[in-house]
Design a protein around this ligand. Structure first.
Ligand code: C2E
Ligand code: CA
Ligand code: CA
Ligand code: CA
Length: 279
């Protein structure tokens, strides 16, 4: 209510107030979500040039008892702002590594890689390398199958630190992808310096691919650059056969999107990937 506003506030806007309260409540629920085991991971297949499953990306879901399913677009930014992304991110890494162990124990799934999203704040924790190393040894997950997805926000202003840390992590056996590639502003400056294995073409360039000549040019350029720098190139947001065909014709290496599989439970993902899509 009005009288409870801090005295320093000069004006009162009910809409702003309501928004603040909603945010505080969301933050409160988010703090409890880990211990209440409300997070789950879903998996979206990544396919190779012939449409065969080569791995998956782990995507977090928050199943709140009253709110229902809260999308990461709603809570990840708040988690980043409040620092809660650090324990949440650790939980994601651990759950992903446990899944890798399950896959490693089965002939039909042991080749699958698993990509995990890592927030800038999480990556920049002083003990991040130790955390990853501990999770790998405690779970017994094969590091060679784990891929960390970074965004350009991880790198900005901290290029040398990021490079050093990436080398330490790569020494554990894992690999790196640059997520949402092309949406940042300084891509080319650091691209050749970072020890990346893969770049991921952002879905915003894929969406209108068959009728936007600018997107065609951007996508072709990213793929060509990946080839000449020796980087694997994956496209996200592949929703149609036409998207896939175009990317395939231009020598993209790997694909991810609703055309192949939506993010689903691990067992559904594996089941669906037994039936490769046809071009
Ligand atoms: P992202 O890493 O770029 O993930 C791709 C998003 O695109 C996912 O949304 C996925 O469900 C969606 N997607 C996949 N295929 C298609 C398609 O064909 N068409 C369209 N339109 N969308 C597609 P989601 O799961 O809602 O995640 C949104 C963002 O939240 C992610 O974007 C990522 O930045 C963040 N996020 C998700 N899980 C985690 C996590 O475990 N840790 C962190 N730090 N961030 C996460
Ligand atoms: Ca991602
Ligand atoms: Ca992405
Ligand atoms: Ca994206």
């Amino acid at each position: 209510a009005k009288q409870s506003r801090p005295s320093g506030m000069r004006f009162y806007d009910p809409a702003v107030q309501a928004e603040l309260e909603a945010k505080t409540e969301l933050e409160h629920d988010l703090r409890l979500a880990i211990e209440r085991q409300e997070f789950v991971l879903v998996y979206q297949t990544q396919v190779g040039s012939e449409g065969q499953a080569i791995g998956a990306e782990a995507l977090i879901r928050w199943r709140h008892p009253c709110r229902g399913s809260v999308s990461p677009g709603e809570f990840i930014p708040l988690a980043e702002e409040t620092g809660l992304i650090v324990p949440i991110g650790d939980w994601v890494l651990e759950a992903a590594c446990q899944q890798l162990v399950v896959w490693a124990n089965d002939e039909s799934t042991r080749h699958l890689t698993l990509a995990v999203n890592v927030s800038a704040k999480q990556f920049q924790q002083p003990d991040f390398v130790v955390t990853v190393s501990n999770i790998l040894s405690q779970t017994g997950a094969p590091a060679q199958r784990l891929k960390l997805e970074l965004t350009e926000s991880t790198v900005i202003g901290k290029v040398d630190d990021t490079i050093a840390r990436m080398h330490q992590l790569k020494a554990l056996g894992l690999s790196f992808a640059m997520d949402d590639f092309g949406t940042g502003y300084s891509s080319l400056q650091y691209l050749k310096r970072l020890p990346l294995d893969q770049i991921k073409i952002d879905q915003s360039f894929v969406r209108d691919l068959h009728h936007d000549p600018d997107d065609m040019a951007i996508v072709q350029t990213i793929i060509a650059m990946g080839h000449s720098l020796g980087l694997n190139v994956i496209a996200e947001g592949v929703e149609t056969l036409a998207h896939w065909r175009y990317l395939h014709d231009h020598q993209c290496h790997a694909y991810q999107g609703y055309y192949f599989c939506k993010p689903v439970s691990a067992s559904d993902m594996v089941r669906q990937s037994l039936v490769p899509p046809r071009m």
